[in-house]
Design a protein. Structure first.
Length: 119
């Protein structure tokens, strides 16, 4: 059985709030990492251009993108993006469960009013 089905109705809203906070935090971390990625790339590019060699900006950027520090950071970002995707899925699952329960409740009331409710 789906574990979310075991959560009582009165706790489901709290679960949605918890998943919403987790989703928000994961997305915040992703935005900050994206900003840091640009800074790291610029710092490495500047470092390469100040070494005394005559590099064009495009050549320095190409070299910076192959730098281990930059590649390691991009790998970290991959994990952050995976965390964002998982947090979104977890949030959507709880939100969909709430919608289904509301729909079922409404459907049961309609069937009860018409005398067709079968338990």
């Amino acid at each position: 059985m789906n574990p979310i089905k075991k959560i009582p109705d009165d706790e489901l809203t709290l679960k949605l709030l918890e998943k919403g906070r987790k989703k928000s935090e994961a997305e915040r971390e992703w935005i900050l990492a994206e900003h840091r990625r640009q800074i790291i790339l610029s710092e490495i590019k500047l470092e390469l251009m100040c070494e005394g060699t005559t590099l064009t900006v495009s050549k320095a950027e190409a070299m910076a993108r192959t730098d281990k520090r930059y590649r390691d950071f991009v790998t970290e970002m991959g994990q952050l993006k995976a965390d964002v995707i998982l947090a979104r899925v977890e949030y959507d699952v709880v939100q969909d469960e709430i919608k289904m329960r509301i729909h079922k409740s409404f459907q049961d009331r309609q069937e009860f009013k018409s005398g067709e409710l079968v338990t």
